[in-house]
Design a protein around this ligand. Structure first.
Ligand SMILES: NC(=O)c1ccc[n+]([C@@H]2O[C@H](COP(=O)([O-])OP(=O)(O)OC[C@H]3O[C@@H](n4cnc5c(N)ncnc54)[C@H](OP(=O)(O)O)[C@@H]3O)[C@@H](O)[C@H]2O)c1
Length: 249
């Protein structure tokens, strides 16, 4: 039986991806900051483990507890929407700590074992915003663009070791907790000068209009991750959702 470790399984894409791999007969290490096994169906093959990607010791503990890993899905991530001038430095650092350094540290933790077994798949969940820059998303987009560039280089150096590396690029998926989690962060710290307000209102209206059409559904992302992990001929970049697919065309 193959084993996948997925980060950020408490909600959204991570939870649905964990559910799919379980359905397909994989052993699933579904990791969460606050473990709650009830968010997934009970199974002997489900291992819910605590893991905060911004805490290297928690990464070491979780990866050590899982044993041999065939696939790692770096899904955990946080968002932020706002004018850069009103984005506190601590917020930018927090975005990079989770989205970029969290991904780096996860990969650092699994590589010795994947290298020793001469196989493995690493899938990094980025975002379609890296294909079409949007206002109010500069810090978030920069964090995901860093993940893209890193993953492109990594794929080249890991391929000779038998390790495949892929990028999944989801479009806008309003049904996950991503927006509400981002809004919670934004309400903690935001110091945007009033001169931006009219533009922010205009951009927000366009985001809401787009979101009402639910261009990306979590099942699109599940399908893309599944393909990235199981199909050796899958392209390096896998857009997920109709909006992401249109951008990639
Ligand atoms: N939804 C979208 O429109 C969209 C579009 C493009 C890309 N993405 C990307 O897709 C991924 C999943 O997002 P989603 O839409 O499924 O959002 P979500 O429902 O908010 O899920 C994000 C997950 O990441 C976890 N997480 C956050 N910080 C973490 C940390 N330090 N350590 C471990 N886990 C952490 C959250 O756990 P907690 O419950 O503990 O907060 C949650 O389980 C993210 O990387 C996001 O950037 C989302």
């Amino acid at each position: 039986m193959k084993t996948v470790l997925i980060t950020g399984c408490s909600s959204g894409f991570g939870r649905e991806t964990a559910r799919h791999f379980l359905d397909q007969g994989w052993s699933v290490a579904a990791t969460m900051r606050t473990p709650d096994p009830t968010v997934l169906p009970a199974s002997d093959h489900l291992h819910v483990l605590p893991l905060d990607v911004s805490d290297p010791s928690s990464i070491t503990r979780a990866v050590g507890a899982v044993g041999p890993i065939d696939a790692l899905v770096n899904n955990a991530g946080i968002g932020w929407l706002g004018a850069f001038e009103g984005t506190p430095d601590a917020t930018v650092r927090s975005l990079f700590k989770t989205n970029v350094f969290g991904t780096f540290e996860m990969i650092r933790a699994v590589l010795p074992q994947m290298r020793a077994q001469g196989s493995g798949v690493i899938v990094n969940v980025s975002s379609s915003v890296t294909m079409k820059p949007l206002p109010l998303l500069s810090a978030y987009t920069a964090s995901k663009a860093a993940v893209n560039a890193y993953t492109e280089c990594l794929a080249l150096e890991l391929a000779p070791l038998g390790i495949r590396t892929r990028l999944v690029l989801p479009g806008q998926a309003p049904s996950t907790s991503f927006g509400s989690n981002a809004r919670a962060l934004m309400s903690e710290a935001n110091d945007t000068p009033g001169a931006y307000q009219a533009f922010i209102d205009q951009v927000m209206a366009s985001f809401m209009e787009n979101a009402s059409q639910e261009p990306t559904h979590p099942s699109d992302v599940v399908e893309a991750v599944w393909r990235a992990v199981t199909d050796e001929n899958c392209p390096f970049r896998v857009p997920a959702g109709s909006d992401a697919v249109a951008l990639a065309a």
